[in-house]
Design a protein around this ligand. Structure first.
Ligand code: IVH
Length: 676
C-alpha cells in the first residue's frame, strides 16, 4: 500500500474498527469478534503506523500502552470542585436525608437515582474537540494530579468521542480494579514477596498513580462514569438519569445497575437487595449512592462542607464478626521477610469460616493495639484477605500478651533485622532453609521459569532429600535421583526432566524475575531485560547505571547490586550457565540493527507539537537517554520544530544546527524504541 492517501484511509478505517470493538468489549461487555481477529486489526494498524510514524495520533488505539515514565505528576486545577459524600448507615438516616431535601425544596416531589458506590478512585476526564485531553485524580477536591497518560491505558475510557459531543466537557467517574483483577494482582505480589494491597481501592490508586504508565497499562483497570462536570457549548439533559443515558450514547461506561425510583421505600428495597447480592458484583461496592434526579433541584440544594445535599452514600453493613486471637504466627517469605498472621478461633463471617487473618507487620499490630488473647473484630470484604479491625478492649481480662517479633528467625534461628525505612523484619541468613525453599518454589512457578510438573510438593521433597539446595541444582537432577523419590514413576520422571530441559530458553525477563532479587518483581524484571542484554551485563551494572533507568530508585538499585555481589548468587548463576540455561536476551531481540539510543544528544524544542505536550516530548527524549535544554547553542544536536516556531529556529539555522519536523522527530523516536 504505497499511496499515502490510501494508507491514511486504511489507518483511519482500522482505528474506527478497533475503537468500535474496544467499545463492544470493554464498555458493553459484548464482543462481536474473536480475540484473534481483534489482534489482527491491531497488528495491521501497528505495522502501518510504524511505517508512517507521521500519521500516529494521540487517540490512536495503539497509544494505550503507556508512555515514558515521568518524574512527578503535574497539578490539575478542577474548574468545579470534586465533592465527597455524606454517609447514611440506616434506613432512618436515609429517610432523614430525604426529608431534609424535601423540606428545602418546599415539598416539591422528585425522583431518586440509586447506583452502586464503587470502591475505587475518583477521576475527572476532560474532552476538548472530541479528544481526551486531561485525566486527573480528585486530590483535595480542588487540585488533583495529572494522570492523563495512565488513564489513557484504561481500555474502557474513550480516547475520543463522537462529534455530536459538546466541544468541551468533563466527566467524572470511579476507576477501579475488578475483584478478579485485584485477586490476581495480590497473588502476583505475594509471589514477588511484595506487600499486598489491603483493598481494591488501594490497589486502584496504586495502579493509577504509577509514574511509569506502562505499569498501569498492565493492570486490568476499569471505570464507571457517574457524573458530568462543567460543559461548554452545548445543552445537556436536565436530570441525572438523562445525563447518564446521554453519556452512554457518547460511548462512556455507565454502571448497568443504576435505577430510578420515586420513593425512599423503593430505595430501601433496592439497597436491601444489594446487601444480599453484593458478592455477585464483579467489583467491590461498599454501599449505594442515592441522588436527587432533577439537576435544577441539585443546584437548589447545593453543598455544605464539600458534601452535596443532593446525594448520599447509603453504606452496606460491614461483614464483621468477633472471635478470639489465639496466637500470632510468623512465616518466612522468599526474601526473608517475617510475615505475622493471626491464628483465630474459627468464626463464621458472612457465610465463610475464618481461622486466619492478615497482620501486616509488627508496627501495624501495635498501632491497632492487638494483643494475643484479645477478643478481636474480624472483617471480610469480597476477595480481600480477612483482616483484624481491632481489639474489643472492654473484654480484656488482663491476661493478654503484647506481641513481640522474634529476634531470631523461627525457621533457622539466625538473627532478624529491620532495615531502616522498611516495615518488615527480615531473616539475615541468605541460606535460611525457608528462604531457600521459597526461592526454589518461586523459580519453578508460573510467570517465572514455569517448570510444569514441578509443583510446591515436589520442590519440598527435592529440598528435603537434599537433591536441590538452590535453583541451579534443578538442572543437574538425574533420572535415578528422581526415581528414588516417593510417588515418582518412569513417566512422571521423564515429564519432569523434559519440562526442566524446556525451561532453559525462557526470555531474559523471566530468568531475572526467577532469580528472586529483593524488590524485583515481574515489571522491573521486564524493564531490566529491556536495558541489559544478559545476566552478566546486569551483574556488572553499578548503582549509577541502574539509577539512570526510568522508575528505578535507590532501594531497588541497591538490592540488585547487593544480590550480584554475593558469592553464593554468583555461584548459582555460574551453575545455571554451565547447565546451558540461557542467560541472555533472545537472538531476535539482539538483532535490532537500528538501535540508536539518544545518549549524548541534546534537543531543543520550539513551537507547538501536535502529537505531544512539551513534557511528554521531553519525557520521550529522556527515556531514550537524550537531553532537552531550553536554548540553542553550538552543542545542540537537533532543534525540533513544531507549529509557530519561535526565534530559536533562526538561531539554529545560523549555527547550522540540524532541524527536525515533528514527523521526523517521531520517526527518530520510533527508530529507537518499539514501545511508543
Ligand atoms: S457521586 C457529589 N457516584 O464516592 C457526588 N460517587 O464518598 C460525587 N463514588 O469521591 C460522587 N461510586 O469517588 C458518586 N456511583 C457513584 C460513586 C461515587 C463511588 C465515590 C466517589 C466520591 C466518593 C464520595
Amino acid at each position: 500500500m504505497g499511496d499515502i492517501t490510501n494508507v491514511r484511509q486504511r489507518i483511519e478505517e482500522l482505528r474506527g474498527l478497533i475503537n468500535y470493538h474496544n467499545y463492544r468489549y470493554y464498555v458493553l461487555d459484548s464482543p462481536e469478534i474473536s480475540d484473534a481477529e481483534y489482534d489482527e486489526l491491531m497488528r495491521e494498524l501497528k505495522q502501518l503506523e510504524s511505517e508512517h510514524p507521521e500519521l500516529i495520533t494521540l487517540d490512536s488505539p495503539t497509544q494505550r500502552i503507556g508512555a515514558p515514565p515521568v518524574e512527578e505528576f503535574g497539578v490539575v486545577e478542577h474548574p468545579e470542585p470534586l465533592l465527597s459524600l455524606a454517609n447514611a448507615f440506616s434506613y432512618e438516616e436515609l429517610a432523614a436525608w430525604h426529608k431534609r431535601a424535601s423540606n428545602l425544596l418546599a415539598g416539591r416531589s422528585f425522583d431518586l437515582v440509586c447506583e452502586p458506590k464503587i470502591d475505587g478512585l475518583a477521576v475527572a476526564l476532560t474532552y476538548v474537540d472530541g479528544l481526551l485531553v486531561t485525566g486527573a485524580t480528585r486530590g483535595d477536591g480542588y487540585r488533583g494530579e495529572n494522570i492523563t497518560q495512565n488513564l489513557r491505558t484504561v481500555r474502557s475510557i474513550p480516547l475520543s468521542v463522537p462529534k455530536e459531543a459538546p466541544p468541551r466537557f468533563e466527566v467524572r467517574g470511579e476507576v477501579y480494579l475488578p475483584k478478579a483483577g485485584f485477586k490476581k494482582l495480590n497473588e502476583e505480589r505475594a509471589k514477588e514477596d511484595l506487600p499486598l494491597f489491603a483493598n481494591p481501592r488501594n490497589a486502584a490508586a496504586g495502579s493509577v498513580r504509577q509514574l511509569d504508565s506502562s505499569v498501569t497499562a498492565k493492570r486490568p483497570l476499569d471505570i464507571f462514569i457517574y457524573g458530568l462536570g462543567p460543559v461548554e457549548g452545548k445543552a445537556v439533559p436536565d436530570t441525572h438519569w438523562g445525563i447518564m443515558e446521554y453519556l452512554k450514547s457518547l460511548g462512556f461506561k455507565v454502571n448497568p445497575n443504576i435505577a430510578l425510583y420515586h420513593t425512599v421505600d423503593e430505595v430501601e428495597e433496592c439497597h436491601q437487595n444489594w446487601v444480599e447480592k453484593r458478592n455477585d458484583l464483579p467489583y467491590e461496592a461498599d454501599g449505594m449512592v442515592v441522588k436527587v434526579n432533577p439537576i435544577a433541584f441539585q443546584r437548589e440544594l447545593g453543598t455544605v462542607a464539600h458534601e452535596p445535599r443532593w446525594a448520599i452514600a447509603y453504606k452496606f453493613p460491614a461483614i464483621q464478626g468477633t472471635t478470639r486471637l489465639v496466637d500470632i504466627g510468623v512465616n518466612v517469605g522468599r526474601t526473608g521477610s517475617l510475615n505475622p498472621y493471626a491464628i483465630l478461633e474459627p468464626v463464621q463471617v458472612g457465610g465463610v469460616v475464618i481461622s486466619q487473618a492478615a497482620l501486616h507487620n509488627e508496627e501495624d499490630i501495635h498501632r491497632k493495639d492487638i494483643r494475643i488473647g484479645d477478643v478481636v473484630v474480624v472483617q471480610r470484604a469480597g476477595e480481600v484477605i480477612p483482616e483484624i479491625v481491632g481489639p474489643v478492649k472492654s473484654r480484656r481480662t488482663g491476661e493478654e500478651k503484647i506481641f513481640v517479633m522474634p529476634s531470631r528467625c523461627p525457621v533457622c534461628g539466625s538473627e532478624v533485622i529491620k532495615p531502616e525505612g522498611e516495615a518488615m523484619h527480615r531473616c539475615t541468613n541468605a541460606a535460611c532453609p525457608s528462604q531457600a525453599l521459597e526461592r526454589i518454589k518461586h523459580f519453578v512457578s508460573r510467570g517465572t521459569m514455569d517448570i510444569d510438573g514441578v509443583g510446591e510438593k515436589l520442590c519440598q521433597a527435592l529440598f528435603e532429600a537434599g537433591l536441590v539446595k538452590d535453583v541451579a541444582d534443578l538442572y543437574y537432577l538425574t533420572k535415578e535421583q528422581l526415581l528414588g523419590l516417593e510417588r515418582m514413576a518412569d513417566k512422571s520422571v521423564s515429564n519432569v526432566l523434559n519440562s526442566i530441559e524446556g525451561s532453559k530458553n525462557r526470555p531474559l525477563s523471566r530468568i531475572i524475575f526467577a532469580l528472586g532479587i529483593l524488590h524485583v518483581g515481574e515489571e522491573y524484571a521486564e524493564l531490566l531485560a529491556e536495558n541489559f542484554s544478559s545476566i552478566g551485563d546486569l551483574a556488572k551494572a553499578s548503582q549509577e547505571d541502574l539509577l539512570s533507568l526510568p522508575s528505578i530508585g535507590p532501594k531497588i538499585a541497591d538490592s540488585i547490586v547487593t544480590f550480584f555481589r554475593q558469592e553464593r548468587n554468583r555461584q548459582i548463576i555460574e551453575k545455571l550457565r554451565k547447565a546451558a540455561v540461557r542467560l541472555e536476551r533472545e537472538k531476535v531481540e539482539e538483532a535490532k540493527p537500528e538501535e540508536l539510543p539518544l545518549a549524548g544528544l541534546e534537543f531543543v524544542l520550539t513551537g507547538k507539537l501536535e502529537s505531544f505536550t512539551r513534557p511528554e516530548a521531553e519525557a520521550k527524549i529522556k527515556a531514550l537517554e537524550g537531553k532537552t535544554v531550553s536554548d540553542v547553542t553550538k552543542k545542540t544536536s537537533y532543534l525540533v520544530v513544531g507549529v509557530d516556531p519561535g526565534s530559536k529556529l533562526a538561531k539554529a539555522q545560523k549555527l547550522g544546527i540540524k532541524t527536525l519536523s515533528e514527523a521526523e522527530f517521531i520517526k527518530l523516536l520510533n527508530q529507537n524504541t518499539s514501545s511508543f
